[in-house]
Design a protein around this ligand. Structure first.
Ligand SMILES: Nc1ncnc2c1ncn2[C@@H]1O[C@H](COP(=O)(O)OP(=O)(O)O)[C@@H](O)[C@H]1O
Ligand SMILES: [Mg+2]
Length: 223
């Protein structure tokens, strides 16, 4: 599914978080949202999720213009987006299996489809042996893969990853990024990953939206 921003501004009172942001992410693209802390990456992700409204400009997801889409369609659209965060956001008193089942239940999946789908997604992220464990029993790398399995459980058309490697060591960071790359290639799922990790962005050879102080920097040179 496509993500299109046209001349988008976002202000929080006197703070200009985003200024004149335009980009086109095509269906099946893998794109990095790259920039230092405070440059506006999370704000872009929240706008895509309709958790925030733009102060100006137009945002389209697939064929939907978010400004003119009703709440029911926004909710349906939201279910086509899987999201992972730096801090995983798993539910601590539920096992990996229960975390995924709850997510699928909320998204309206029929209960008889849930066990089979859980098999599939935990296998994909190499956590089949951790199915009945709780978040406190998982390592950082496993926690983020668990969050990814949960995101994948609803067959998303877009995956948004907000600094997903922020709490991971190098080995686990690469492991996660390679999983995202694999999912992008095999499932034709659009991936937008926010990061300030220059090594990852440089080595992957993917498209980059480079932000600084809420603006897109045109001439990107990675040092
Ligand atoms: N809810 C908010 N209220 C006020 N300012 C905000 C809010 N959310 C973000 N900002 C400001 O917007 C700018 C961009 O923030 P953010 O999108 O979180 O950056 P990043 O994710 O790149 O670190 C920052 O200056 C931040 O302080
Ligand atoms: Mg952020």
């Amino acid at each position: 599914m496509r993500i299109n921003f046209k001349n988008v501004d976002k202000n929080f009172g006197l703070i200009d978080a985003l200024k004149d942001i335009s980009f086109d992410i095509n269906s099946g693209d893998f794109v990095f949202l790259f920039g230092p802390s405070g440059s506006g990456k999370s704000t872009i992700i929240k706008l895509i999720l309709s958790q925030l409204q733009p102060s100006a400009g137009q945002i389209k997801i697939g064929s939907y213009d978010l400004a003119t889409t009703n709440k029911k369609d926004i909710d349906a659209l939201r279910k086509k987006i899987g999201i992972i965060f730096q801090d995983y956001q798993l539910i601590n008193d539920k096992s990996l299996e229960e975390n995924i089942a709850l997510n699928m239940d909320i998204a309206g999946f029929p209960s008889q489809q849930i066990p089979g789908k859980i098999d599939e997604v935990i296998k994909k992220v190499n956590l089949s042996s951790r199915r009945f464990l709780y978040p406190s029993q998982l390592s950082g790398g496993e926690l983020q893969r668990a969050a990814l399995a949960r995101a994948l459980s609803t067959d998303p058309k877009i995956i948004l990853a907000d600094e997903p490697t922020g709490n991971l060591d190098q080995k686990n960071s690469w492991n996660l990024v390679n999983l995202l790359k694999d999912i992008n290639q095999k499932q034709h799922c659009t991936v937008l990953m926010a990061t300030h990790d220059v090594e990852i962005v440089r080595s992957m050879g993917k498209k980059i939206i480079y932000l600084q102080d809420g603006r897109i920097v045109k001439n990107l040179k990675l040092k």
